[in-house]
Every structure is written in structure tokens, then in C-alpha cells.
Ligand binder design. Structure first.
Ligand code: G4P
Length: 549
């Protein structure tokens, strides 16, 4: 800083003014970046994500009472249930992004849908965070959705912390559960706390990080520092039996787990594990305190042309989620936008890279303490809401002019395919509606190479009902869906153009395009997919639109 100051003094006043302004701006931007941590809490439904979120917000003083965080679970799996939740969320938008202050840091917690049919929305949200807390139910262990979500985290090397919840319920040994986590999630784990018994006999946890004993029903005091596990104090607090077991576990522990390495956590290779009970508010504060100490702040983001660093002076970022306001009178939508570099300013013109136009935003919003607030500026790591009328689709980039496209917002192969058939005369409205709804990321839209038939692909049945409902209510267009018997949609590429064309000719009735005109093959079964892979060895079949598989 001293050298810079001396340099500035030797320059002409105008140049010095410019450099001074730039330098101060740079330092200010850096200090803002260092204050931010943007993350998501993910879990299989019912593991305790909503309960943990609520406890975090209570600790931070962002909400005053339990029950303020609405679960986004769709209990009955019906379209009306879904629409009601979405309508409420559209009005408040509070639960999609929750920013709160804790220990002088700005934490931004992104919500992810609880229903598996909307898993793709969760995958996209994970592209906008710098780390993740995964909640696992200690009784049920690793469940289907947990595995899928972890796969997405591993694709992007996102650092993950694990919270093993519901220790107040009866269940198996922590060693077995940790083995299951390692095997099923394909990540190394390292407990930073250790449970003392469980179920009705659950006594508390021993924090291996700071060597403190946290007791659930302590009298007078709930934290006790125990630097020596041999101390008789331990027996006095939790009883000789539990103290003996803890000593035994810890002796075994050192042989099984390597010392905690922060770098391995940051590179996504190792997950620190905490044990507790969100409902009883136990083990939550330690998790949050360790999280703010270890979790990474805004990091570099990959684009198709280069890596974008948060400290760069020019602004850039991308849309990762679009939320319809679901008000039949006006079709406003909110685009959720992650700032990746520079500083965003209200009312300043920015380049919408895909459309090649300049846009400015009059009412950008932040979501501090569950309230939507107008903001003047935003920094890397921030998630802001931009009101939009049809300009945005998921993955769109805003910059100060540079042509950038951020990586990591892929479409995955859908699992259910249906043909969209209009049943009213309002073909234009249907066309517009289905394009806008798929821009929101509700489903994927494909077309067959021949004819004008439209295929809608989703990961679950519920989305078809939602699309049908919204097309009718928001666009006045009736439609129905005809099932198609496809197993997967694969994006095709090949260095051997002749072989690719040969394959396209041979399976012409199974060929189509996605919305960006990328070539797609609709495989009928796993068997036929493998067969064609063998027949056309130089054609590459990709299961995600980013061609990374
Ligand atoms: P989710 O968002 O991951 O879907 O889970 P959520 O927090 O909604 O929790 C699912 C259920 O598990 C809730 O019970 C919740 O109270 C319970 N739960 C969460 N943490 C713990 C815990 O540490 N111990 C125990 N025993 N239960 C826990 P519910 O009956 O479905 O809902 P509610 O009526 O209690 O709201």
C-alpha cells in the first residue's frame, strides 16, 4: 500500500485521482468479498433441512421465532399443493434466498426444492454457491436424493460439510454411519464432533476441533472444556460407562481417521462431519461456528473462455433460477442472479450477452433477513433478484461488455418424455407459454428433426401437471401430453462427421434438437443405447448438455 501511495504522489493530479479511486475501490471490493459466504443446505426430504435452516436464522437473529421458515415440501404431491407453495413463495420470495449477518459476515443461504421432481432446480442452485451443508438423517442414513445431490457437488468439487441429524432417535453406531457416508457418497469423511450415546440416552457431543464437551442436559453449564479425556471430570459429567465408551471410540478414531486437513475440505475431497439434533438445537451452533471459520468465500468461476475472479474490477454474473410471480394479472418474473466479479450498481447499463442488448435494473432486490429490499449495489457472492419480463433464461450472463458464458449450468438428461399436443386454437399462446416455462427451467423442450412435434422432458410427473395448469391459467392455452417411450436424451458430438451423419440417418426418427439447436438422440432403452455406442464408436453420447458427463 505504501509503495502504491508513493507512486500516486508522483503522478499528475488527474492520474493520481484516478489511481486513488481505483485503489480504494479495489480495497473496498476486496473487503466486501471477504465478508461473504454463499451456500446451500441440501438433503433428502425429511432429513431436517428446514429445521436446521430455521435454527441458523434464529442464531443469527434474522428471525425471532420458530415456524417462520416455511417448508418447501410438497406433502401430497398434487399440483394444487405445489401451486399454493409456489404462489406464496412468488409473493414473499423470502424462502428462495436468505441472507443474514453472523459474526460480521454476510451469509447467503440458497433454498433448494424439497421434491425430487424438481431436483434439476436444486442442481442449478448448486452452481451459484461456494459450499454446501448436507443434512443426513442418522436413522435412515444415506438416501437416494442424498446420493444424487452429492454427485452434483462432486462434479464441481464443491466443499461439503455434513450434519448428521436426529441423534435423539435410536440408531446404529457412528462408525458404521461414517463408513456408509464414505462408500455411498464417494468422499472421505472426517468427524469434527463425536456423539455420546444416542436416542433417549443421547448425552451430547465431544467437539474434536476445540476439545469441548457439549452436554444436552447439563445443569447450569452446557459446555465443558476437556483437554484430557482421562480426566475424572468426564466420568462425573456423563457417567463412567459413557466416559469409557468415549475414550474407547477416540482411541479407535485416531487409527481410522487422518488429521483434519482444511485444504482437502476446500478442494471437495474431504467432508468434515458434525453430529447433533436440529430439532433440539443441539450441535447446530458448533456447526455454524465451524462453517463460518472454514467455509470458502466467493471463488473463481469458470466460463467458456476464461476463469473469472471475484476481485476483478469489471462486473459479471449469471442467472441460475427464474421464479414466476404467479400473479395472473401480470407476468412478472424474478431472475435470481449470482454476482461473480466487480460491483453491480442499480440503474447502470449492463450487457445481456445472449441477446446482445444493454439492460438496466431499476428495482434490484436483496433478501436480507427474509425481507426483500431494494439495493443500490451488490458484490461477488451476492445473490440478487432482478425483475424481468421475458428477457432472461437460465444461464444468461450480464457483463460490462465482455462476451462471457459461465460453465456449470447444464441440463441433465430428463427421465420422463411426453409429446405436447395443443387442444385449443391458441397455438401461438401455447408456443409462447411453453418457451417461457422451459426458459424458467421447469422442464426441457426438444423438437424432433422431422415435423414440428414438440417433446417435453422432465425428471418427474408432477412437472407435466404444473405445465398444463400454468399454460391454461397464465397463457389461456389448453394442451395434453402423450407419453413417449424414451429412456434417455443424449447430446451427440463426434470428430467423425461421416459416422455421425450415418448414425443420424439410420435413427432419424429418434433424432431431435434441444432449444439451443444442439443435436439430441432419444434412446429407447439402456440396451439400445449401449448397442449404438458399440456400432458407432466415434460418436460421443453425453448425458448432460455441457458435455462433461
Ligand atoms: P426437510 O426440510 O429436510 O424435509 O425436513 P424438516 O426440517 O421439515 O424435518 C422433517 C421432520 O423431522 C419434521 O417433523 C421435523 O420436526 C423432524 N426433525 C428435524 N430435526 C429433528 C431432530 O433432530 N430430531 C427429531 N426427532 N426430529 C427432527 P414432522 O413431524 O414431519 O414435522 P413437524 O410437524 O415437526 O413440523
Amino acid at each position: 500500500m505504501r509503495i502504491i501511495a508513493e507512486l500516486i504522489i508522483r503522478l499528475s493530479p488527474a492520474t493520481a485521482g484516478y489511481f486513488f479511486y481505483r485503489e480504494v475501490g479495489f480495497l473496498n471490493q476486496n473487503s466486501e468479498i471477504n465478508k461473504r459466504k454463499t451456500f446451500a443446505i441440501i438433503s433428502h426430504p425429511d432429513a431436517g433441512k428446514t429445521t436446521l435452516t430455521e435454527k441458523f436464522l434464529l442464531f443469527a437473529g434474522a428471525i425471532m421465532s420458530a415456524g417462520a421458515v416455511k417448508s418447501n415440501k410438497i406433502q401430497k404431491s398434487t399440483v394444487s399443493d405445489f401451486m399454493e407453495i409456489e404462489r406464496q413463495r412468488g409473493i414473499s420470495v423470502a424462502s428462495a434466498v436468505m441472507s443474514f449477518e453472523y459474526k460480521d459476515l454476510n451469509l447467503t443461504l440458497l433454498d433448494t426444492p424439497g421434491h425430487k421432481d424438481f431436483a434439476e432446480d436444486t442442481y442449478r442452485t448448486l452452481t451459484a454457491v461456494d459450499s454446501v451443508i448436507l443434512v443426513v438423517d442418522s436413522v435412515k442414513g444415506v438416501e437416494e436424493q442424498t446420493e444424487k445431490l452429492m454427485k452434483v457437488c462432486r462434479m464441481r468439487n464443491t466443499p461439503v460439510m455434513i450434519f448428521v441429524n436426529k441423534l435423539d432417535r435410536e440408531g446404529g453406531s457412528p462408525f458404521d454411519l461414517l463408513d456408509e457416508l464414505e462408500n455411498k457418497l464417494a468422499i472421505k469423511v472426517r468427524p469434527l464432533s463425536w456423539p455420546i450415546s444416542r436416542g433417549t440416552d443421547f448425552k451430547g457431543v465431544y467437539n474434536l476441533h476445540n476439545k469441548n464437551l457439549y452436554l444436552i442436559h447439563a445443569q447450569g453449564k452446557d459446555v465443558l472444556a476437556v483437554s484430557d479425556l482421562k480426566s475424572e471430570l468426564l466420568d462425573a459429567q456423563i457417567g463412567a460407562g459413557h466416559a469409557g465408551q468415549l475414550r474407547e471410540d477416540m482411541a479407535l478414531f485416531d487409527g481410522v481417521y487422518e488429521p483434519f486437513d482444511k485444504q482437502h475440505y476446500l478442494s471437495g475431497e474431504l467432508a468434515p462431519v458434525f453430529f447433533g439434533s436440529a430439532l433440539n438445537n443441539f450441535g447446530v451452533k458448533e456447526l455454524l461456528d465451524t462453517f463460518v471459520e472454514l467455509a470458502p468465500g466467493p471463488g473463481p468461476m469458470l466460463t467458456e473462455s476464461r476463469e473469472v475472479l471475484p476481485a476483478e474490477p469489471t462486473f459479471s454474473g449469471f442467472v441460475f433460477k427464474i421464479h414466476a410471480n404467479l400473479d395472473a394479472r401480470h407476468r412478472d418474473r424474478i431472475a435470481f442472479f449470482r454476482v461473480c466479479s466487480g460491483k453491480f450498481e442499480r440503474n447502470k447499463f449492463y450487457r445481456h450477452v445472449r441477446l446482445g442488448i444493454d439492460l438496466r435494473f431499476n428495482t434490484p432486490a436483496s433478501f436480507l433477513g427474509q425481507k426483500k429490499e431494494l439495493i443500490e449495489e451488490a458484490y461477488p457472492g451476492d445473490v440478487i433478484g432482478l425483475y424481468d419480463r421475458d428477457n432472461f433464461k437460465i444461464g444468461d450472463t450480464l457483463t460490462e461488455g465482455e462476451i462471457l458464458k459461465f460453465h456449470g449450468i447444464p441440463s441433465f438428461s430428463p427421465e420422463v418424455f411426453k409429446e405436447l399436443i395443443h387442444t385449443s386454437l391458441k397455438a401461438k399462446q401455447l408456443e409462447k407459454g411453453i418457451h417461457q416455462l422451459t426458459d424458467e427451467g421447469l422442464a426441457q423442450l426438444f423438437s424432433f428433426t422431422y415435423g414440428r412435434r414438440k417433446i417435453v422432458g422432465t425428471v418427474g410427473q408432477l412437472q407435466f401437471e404444473v405445465i398444463q395448469y400454468r399454460l391454461k391459467h397464465e397463457y389461456g392455452a389448453d394442451c395434453r401430453f402423450e407419453p413417449l417411450k424414451f429412456y434417455k436424451a443424449c447430446w451427440l458430438t463426434s470428430k467423425n462427421q461421416v459416422m455421425l451423419e450415418d448414425f443420424c440417418r439410420f435413427k432419424s426418427e429418434n433424432m431431435g434438437f434441444d432449444k439451443d439447436k444442439n443435436l439430441v438422440f432419444f434412446a429407447e432403452s439402456e440396451w439400445s443405447l449401449n448397442y449404438f455406442k458399440g456400432q458407432y464408436p466415434e460418436v460421443e453420447f453425453h448425458f448432460s448438455s455441457e458435455f462433461k458427463n
